[in-house]
Design a protein around this ligand. Sequence first.
Ligand code: NDP
Length: 279
Amino acid sequence: MTRFEGKVAIVTGSSSGIGRATALLFAQEGAKVTITGRNTERLEETRQHILKSGVPEDHVLSVVADLAKDEDQDKLINETIYTFGHIDILVNNAGTAFVDAHGRVGLDQDVSDYDKVMQINLRSVVTLTQKAKEHLIKTRGEIVNVSSVAGGQQAMPDMLYYAMSKSALDQFTRSTSIALIAHGVRVNSVSPGAVITGIDEAMGMPAGSFEKMAKFWESKKECLPNGRVGQPDDIANIIAFLADRKLSSYIIGQTIVADGGSSLVMGMHAHDMMEILKQ
Ligand code: NDP
């Protein structure tokens, strides 16, 4: 028996990147999965990946939905219940950031960018969780939110709105975990560092931008102490661990950081103390 047999998982943002890898992993491990995103072509690519791995067709439901729209969120929940009968796992993974058309970053970006980022990275997680709650209480289910190390203690001046959305998401994870564990539902999250996905294009950067930055970061120990950028599977495996009650039942309201060590390094540590003293 596979570990998610009999379980139903909704994975938001599964038309690309981390969400795609997560949906594939859940399906391969026996879950019935609802995959979702706005881009129909990419969503179909995810479905094909899953089917090619040997998963039966009736284990995968595709729902095209814009999570910024309330009625699309209802559609996502209702079609999942209609098709699979219940919901055991909700992965709030969809998220984004923007570089605006003028190349502005941080506080120079228009407040409309702030609204767009908050809408998808935070508000949609709140409302989808509200809508899924009654179903997850029935199954004593699991929620895994996908945050970011950007929401941590360090400053993120260039991606200010994104970082703010993820900090707030971490508080949402902590607080909802206490509210919902009273009903048997666990809430946890994962905070990835740099992971190669489609997020650079989604941010409005030229294709290949992330690969270019990854090469730079991989060569600098103050950026990536482990010397390599993450892959979607690195995060999907953690999401599956947090959704697997047999393995992680005692973890409530926590965030697992998976970032190659990057968030632990201070600029000062990048320089050799003994070399400085010799100067
Ligand atoms: P991708 O851009 O590859 O995937 C993002 C997914 O979110 C897509 O499937 C996209 O679907 C979906 N999405 C975005 N906006 C909407 C919307 N309005 N309605 C419905 N779906 C939407 O990025 P990643 O896989 O990298 O990102 C996944 C999560 O991981 C995000 O929360 C991100 O913040 C987080 N993360 C990523 C890191 C990285 O380095 N890649 C680092 C830290 C955190 P579609 O376009 O079809 O609508």
